[in-house]
Design a protein around this ligand. Sequence first.
Ligand code: PLP
Length: 403
Amino acid sequence: MDVQKIREDFPILSRTVYGKPLVYLDNAATTQKPRLVIDSLVDEYYSVNANVHRGVHYLSQQATELHESSRETVRQFINAHSTNEVIFTRGTTESINLLVSSFGDEFMQEGDEVILSVMEHHSNIVPWQLLAARKGIAIKVIPMNDKGELLLDEYEKLFSERTKIVSVMQVSNVLGTVNPVKEMIKIAHEHGVPFLVDAAQSIPHMKVDVQELDADFLVFSGHKIYGPTGVGVLYGKEEWLDRLPPYQGGGEMIQHVSFEKTTFNELPFKFEAGTPDYIGTTGLAKALDYVNGIGIEQIAAHEHELTTYALKRLKEIPDMRIFGEAADRGAVISFLVGDIHHFDLGTLLDRLGIAVRTGHHCAQPLMQRFGIEGTVRASFALYNTKNEIDVLVAGIDRVRRMF
Ligand code: PLP
């Protein structure tokens, strides 16, 4: 993998910040976009733009073809059985809200239970709490050890007669832990319970195959895998999606409407009310093609090398505390240095041109588990280099000496 050549595909990487070369290490929040993704958005607005599905005219048909071929690209990327199983949404958060609302309405009653993990992102906690407030369901939480690994024995003990669904992230956006979701799905299925995988942080970094995992539902955002913002995916097994009620009402999700009764469209349109972000879905497909062109295994190997190198270098810094030491980990490192506030460290690194994230990373229960308020987080993507890690380490050292 020629990283220098890859970097040329990402125009933003050559800009400066405060007169310093940009070192972008906030990829878990969002990734930068290659030129071909940006161009695809502009090109479609320039020469194809028309609303999809409802038009007999040429442009509408062309836009529809692009949109539906993007669905096929996503299907192949995650190895779904059918495009009926690929629902376009605005992103991971909307996908989870959709699922919680529809699944909760249809399959959960007061006293029923959902199993989450202690390291979940707020997007996979709050929708369940809203459901709990509406319907009186209970939330059970899988604990973890100090390394940031979920305790599978405890997980098994959480199942009861009332467990209706499990919803867990594949990779932690804070600790980098890669959770053994395949094994966890198998356990859930042994209890007759479906499983939702939050793949927001796994899809850009590893092969995600919904059939191999046997996931019932899986969600991700386009913007974290080099695609545009505002578009994401809910994958669901067709037999589940068929049984779920629609989420929002409006255009495209209907078959026939009268004031007496409305019948709903077939999958996947049943869950896609209103004009979809058809320009965004084209951009997402281009991003997935781009990743395929490089090869997800090559990307994973490069990021693994970077992460190993970064862990080694960061540990050379005195008073360094790294959160998350799971045996199987991804390209995210959270840390604190001595008693320097994470916000101060992040702000001073920014002045050196280094973009990292500070705060609770939308995982406050996880912060509570460690008894901290927040961390600094560096997260890597396919275009990052060892040199950038050296710049980060030198930057942290400089800030440390200032304090
Ligand atoms: N789940 C995880 C694990 C995440 O890391 C994120 C974003 O950081 C989300 C969900 C929410 O994604 P989005 O804001 O794209 O909906």
